[in-house]
Design a binder for this molecule. Structure first.
Ligand SMILES: [Fe+2]
Length: 301
């Protein structure tokens, strides 16, 4: 294994049977905000499934950013009309299973208690993609899910670039630990200002019988921080940026609530998300919730 601090990526040349010591090393790398990069596929996706995926187009409906696969319901959303739904679901199910088996084999410590979240497929070219500001992928941000609060658990994602020729290109603006001391205090103030209105709207929605997500202070902050970073020209300009290229066929794993990222270029990426329990972390003090609690001097869970 070789590492390059500037790239924030740890290149994993070969995947050996992960000894407990090796597993801890991988967990430490990930939790410090590094990316585990597998340039050669650590698991196979058969050629038939790959060519089916390369023929997919995104639904034109604006509310679907990606084609999503929900393992718990074995259901696919966001595909274009005319797609072969059954074959598409089978291909995404196969990717989701293989990605999950591989990640559980590599990181059994996390797998014991993680929650399997969605898988997705991103068939659109990211360069020049027209999306609303908060959905834009080309602005640097850390991830937060509006509909699936984590209460301090972590967002671990495994990506595969199934593009046969082109790399997927990311820009990182550093880790949450590097960004938060400078930008979180202002974001906390902004959130507090909006909170009053937010609480009134939530009460109104509940009274009207609408389902409203119950979010912890941590989830409320992370969601507003996601928006704040994308909307802050000061952050987008001032962030110390590193460019990351994931070659055709590469697989990589990263805590995307920790490592800030923007996607500049590339199409045809697959992804599986795991929600990793806070108490299975090797370095819990590096978790965004712990960093935030130190900054806010208040519990956020
Ligand atoms: Fe993201």
């Amino acid at each position: 294994m070789v590492g390059s601090r500037a790239m924030s990526a740890t290149l994993v040349e070969t995947v050996e049977e992960p000894s407990p010591a090796r597993e801890i090393e991988y967990c430490r790398s990930l939790e410090q905000g590094r990316i585990l990069l597998f340039e050669r596929p650590p698991f196979e996706l058969p050629a038939a499934e790959r060519s089916l995926l390369l023929a997919q187009r995104q639904s034109r409906a604006g509310y679907h950013k990606n084609i999503a696969y929900r393992p718990a319901q074995d259901r696919v959303t966001g595909f274009a009309r005319g797609a072969d739904t059954v074959r598409l679901r089978d291909a995404l199910r196969l990717y989701s299973r293989r990605a999950t088996e591989f990640a559980a084999w590599l990181l059994p410590r996390y797998a014991r208690t993680w929650r399997l979240d969605l898988a997705s497929f991103r068939p659109e070219e990211e360069a020049g993609r027209a999306l609303p500001p908060r959905s834009r992928n080309d602005l640097i941000h850390v991830d937060a899910f509006p509909t699936r609060p984590t209460r301090g658990d972590r967002i671990l994602r495994l990506f595969t670039n199934v593009n046969p020729a082109e790399p997927r290109v990311w820009l990182s603006g550093g880790t949450f630990e590097e960004i938060a001391p400078r930008f979180a205090p202002q974001a906390l103030v902004d959130r507090a200002r909006r909170e009053g209105l937010g609480d009134r709207l939530r009460r109104f929605a509940r009274a009207a019988g609408l389902k409203v997500a119950v979010r912890s202070p941590y989830d409320r902050f992370m969601l507003s921080f996601h928006h704040y970073l994308k909307e802050s020209a000061a952050f987008q300009e001032a962030a110390e940026k590193s460019r990351l290229e994931f070659p055709a066929g590469a697989t990589w794993m990263v805590f995307t609530d920790m490592v800030s990222h923007a996607v500049l270029k590339g199409r045809y990426a697959l992804e599986q998300t795991f929600l990793v329990a806070r108490d299975s972390l090797v370095l819990p003090e590096k978790a965004p919730i712990a960093i935030l609690e130190r900054i806010a001097r208040a519990p956020m869970g």
